[in-house]
Design a binder for this molecule. Structure first.
Ligand SMILES: [Zn+2]
Length: 519
């Protein structure tokens, strides 16, 4: 196999070889519904979907009581028996990437089809693409193809990368250029902008123009720019959401302005970038302090949203856990796996000297960070689920389910977790009239689960959750997610996972000595 030179994007998806429908009339019978708004489970419901939209939600009885067939909605041209099953809205991954050209540093990048199918197999029916690094024309073509059901993929909401930082691409040098750029990408048809920070005057101009143009904005407040503009400053200028945690501790600083960088720090050495950022919350105002509460309240008044992406830093607090996850053997594409391994010059591959001290710092950092996010949710602030998969040992789809676990660890009730990953995500994306909860008039973005996902989000992993069958004494892997329905199109998750496994096997066909062990 010819190993590629230079960076190039994933092959786009061109046809659909999975999924059935959409149907004129689809009926889900007898489901226990968990609607995504925070409402508790309820049912049994018959859910009627016509041409991809929910047209009727009919409560057809009471638990354990025989259902009177006369009161049920009339037959569909396709039906799914959901008695004893659970139906939730499809998940929204609010921080995602359709691959990254960086993977080509380590071999042939996976096709977009691999990523889309892993998402669908984990119940992801909408993604917010944070950067569109494969190119805007590429991503817009894929967005339209998904919309027309020509490819098997979630709905895509596209954010375009704002090129105004020295360490990446920089083509914007003045506030006027920033405004002009924002108007230009609006005219091209993108949905939002992804920032990595920028000089203050440029950042302010771009955020104000974006607001005027009705574009959503999200920012990763990179260390190179965060002293000048932290998350709170951006929020005051109209930023829609802060991604990850960057820029939050800086907004909470009381006895410093710049974080305590070691003097031999170099941002280009990712060991420094990621180890030192595990010390950030310890340098900021304490939980419950006056400053802490003032900052939370100001974010709340500004209507700001947080997309913490806890999962993408999971390896920092327990490298072995992330590296040895159950799914790598079957589901990690070769170049993606190789890209995760310790290497200089990559992104998220800073393991060349990762230590127990680094992990302990990160565990403590998570405790404070999680408290901040949970406090914000409790005050009424919006927190959304995003995964940022494709880096740091996180695999598409699996990463978002891990995010659900970590939101629960932060203190969210499972219903609050689900709300973050569905209706709150839809609100952030401005598509709440269309999706994000189960209601008449909304698109049929629905998941059919064999087990109650609230009981254990691990059941939603493509690999499932481990259980002991006491009757047989044997270990079993239970998986809850049976069907992912996107705009009325039904995907069998078993079938998707089999297709992905086959693609991954092909990627490892030659030169597989470093393939991670299969479960
Ligand atoms: Zn990202």
């Amino acid at each position: 196999m010819n190993e590629p030179k230079g960076l190039f994007p994933a092959t786009p998806a061109t046809s659909r070889n999975a999924g059935i429908g959409p149907f004129k009339r689809l009926v889900l019978r007898g489901a226990t519904m968990i609607d995504g708004t925070g409402a508790p489970p309820s049912g049994p419901y018959d859910i009627v979907v016509e041409n991809g939209r929910i047209t009727e939600l009919k409560l057809v009885g009471a638990p354990l009581k025989a259902i009177n067939p006369k009161i049920r909605p009339s037959p569909g041209d396709h039906e799914i028996d959901c008695h004893g099953k659970f139906v939730t809205p499809g998940l929204i991954d609010c921080h995602s990437h359709v691959g990254t050209p960086y993977h080509s540093m380590s071999g042939v990048v996976p096709p977009a089809d691999y990523i889309y199918k892993l998402w669908l197999a984990h119940g992801v029916t909408t993604v917010r693409e944070m950067g569109s690094m494969n190119g805007l024309s590429y991503m817009m073509q894929q967005r339209e193809a998904a919309e027309r059901n020509e490819i098997a993929a979630p709905r895509m909401v596209l954010h375009s990368y704002f090129p105004a930082v020295n360490e990446r691409i920089k083509t914007i040098f003045t506030p006027d250029q920033a405004r002009e750029w924002v108007r230009k990408i609006k005219a091209r048809g993108v949905d939002g902008i992804k920032f990595f920070g920028a000089p203050p005057a440029i950042m302010q101009a771009a955020l104000e123009e974006a607001k005027e143009q009705g574009l959503k904005t999200g920012c990763h407040h990179a260390q190179m720019a965060v002293t000048q503009v932290n998350a709170l400053t951006s929020a005051r200028w109209g930023l829609t959401s802060s991604e990850h945690y960057y820029g939050i501790p800086e907004a909470l600083f009381e006895n410093r302005v710049v974080q305590n960088f070691p003097t031999d720090y170099n941002y280009g050495d990712e060991y420094f970038r990621f180890s030192v950022s595990g010390q950030m919350f310890a340098q900021a105002a304490s939980p419950g302090s006056r400053k802490w509460n003032d900052v939370l309240h100001e974010f709340l008044e500004l209507g700001h949203t947080f997309v913490p992406t806890f999962n993408i830093y999971d390896a920092n607090r327990d490298l072995m856990r992330a590296r040895r996850a159950d799914w790598h053997g079957d589901y990690s594409w070769k170049s993606v796996w190789r890209y995760f391994q310790p290497q200089r010059g990559g992104h998220g591959a800073y393991w060349y000297r990762w230590s127990v001290a680094n992990e302990i710092e990160w565990k403590r950092n998570y405790q404070i960070w999680m408290q901040f996010v949970n406090d914000y949710k409790n005050l009424g602030g919006r927190v959304c689920a995003g995964s940022d998969s494709g880096f740091i040992y996180q695999i598409y789809g699996f990463g978002l389910i891990r995010e659900l676990e970590l939101l629960q660890e932060a203190g969210f009730h499972p219903l609050e977790v689900l709300r973050s990953a569905t209706s709150q995500g839809a609100e952030l994306l401005g598509i709440e009239d269309d999706t994000g909860s189960i209601d008449v008039g909304k698109r049929a973005d629905l998941l059919v689960h064999d087990f109650n996902p609230l009981e254990d989000f691990k059941l939603m992993y493509g690999t499932g959750a481990v259980r002991l069958n006491d009757d047989t004494g044997k270990v079993e892997w239970h998986r809850s997610l049976r069907y992912t329905i996107r705009a009325g199109l039904i995907y069998d998750t078993h079938e998707l996972l089999e297709q992905v496994k086959q693609m991954v096997n092909e990627s490892w066909q030659e030169d597989n000595a470093d393939r991670p062990p299969r479960r």
